[in-house]
Design a protein around this ligand. Structure first.
Ligand SMILES: [Fe+2]
Length: 300
């Protein structure tokens, strides 16, 4: 872990979250913003300079038209590379006792004042839609969520608020959702994640946090990336097969390394899945994929 330090890991274990200011390099941030411009025209310009007009269709009452465009994989290389950033994988793996990781989420989040996502959320844990079961206080089942901010977050930019786990020491975290009047101490002890562009907020499925409303006519661009231990099928917000029909997904699969594919649950070289039939079938589906690592592991 180069940019995430031991101190961040200690803080994460003790408080349930960590904040890494300016996690992204200037080049990573600039490259990612160029991809945002392709995915969501007008938003980068507006978020960087809110005196500009709001983007077209900024207040769509429901979901944007092409939801899959905001899900991994993205056009270009930066957002995909950030999704699989070695530091993110290593940190999540260490928090989970060193186990192999599964990328269970990578999607873009964007909002501005008055947008349907501009909400004064209640304090909650995210496990409701990240596991079918319950997240125990056991590293073997530890999921780590990342929220990467691509534009600055001031007190006016709807900062995420988070509360240290010290303030909810109960054994069972249920309910996973409290209104202010139900649990004022969690709100009274919240900390707002106010950070420059390129910063990273790390939290767990056992961490109470909430979205806060915008306090000015501004916008904010972010990305959710979540890693879970790979072994457990009840963890995860998405099934990647639902995305695999997209041409850009096929292109990503073809160009990825075996290790990157495995982060999405793809069978690794040497797995009993591989046979003459599956080598031929996967090779037919992904004609530009280098099948050599899978073939050579089979022949051993
Ligand atoms: Fe949340």
């Amino acid at each position: 872990m180069q940019r995430i330090t031991e101190a961040h890991l200690d803080h994460y274990r003790e408080h349930g979250y960590a904040i890494v200011p300016e996690f992204l390099s200037a080049a990573e941030l600039a490259g990612a913003l160029d991809e945002w411009r392709q995915v969501l025209p007008g938003w980068v310009e507006y978020c960087l300079d809110p005196s500009q007009p709001k983007p077209e269709n900024w207040q769509r009452p429901g979901r944007p038209l092409n939801v899959s465009a905001f899900r991994f994989p993205f056009p270009g290389t930066h957002l995909n590379a950030i999704t699989m950033h070695a530091d993110l994988i290593e940190f999540a793996s260490r928090a989970a006792g060193g186990s192999a990781m599964y990328c269970e989420q990578s999607h873009l989040s964007f909002k501005c004042k008055g947008h349907f996502a501009d909400q004064d959320q209640a304090m909650h844990c995210d496990y409701g839609n990240h596991t079918l079961a319950y997240p125990p206080d056991d590293p073997a089942y530890w999921q780590t969520a990342y929220l990467l901010y691509y534009t600055e977050v001031t007190a006016a930019h709807a900062p995420t608020a988070v509360c240290s786990r010290r303030h909810y020491p109960e054994r069972i975290l249920w309910p996973a959702h409290y209104k202010r009047e139900q649990r004022p101490a969690i709100y009274d002890n919240e900390r707002k994640v106010i950070v420059p562009a390129g910063s990273l907020f790390i939290y767990s499925m056992r961490t109470f946090h909430r979205g806060t409303p915008f306090r000015a006519d501004v916008g904010r661009l972010a990305q959710f990336v979540t890693y879970a231990p790979a072994a457990w099928k009840w963890l995860g917000i998405v099934g990647w097969s639902a995305q695999a029909i997209r041409p850009e997904f096929r292109a990503w699969i073809e160009a990825a390394t075996p290790a990157e594919r495995e982060l999405l649950g793809f069978p690794p070289p040497g797995h009993s899945y591989w046979s003459e039939e599956t080598l031929a079938g996967v090779g037919a589906r992904y004609p530009n994929m280098d099948m050599t690592p899978y073939k050579s592991a089979l022949q051993r």
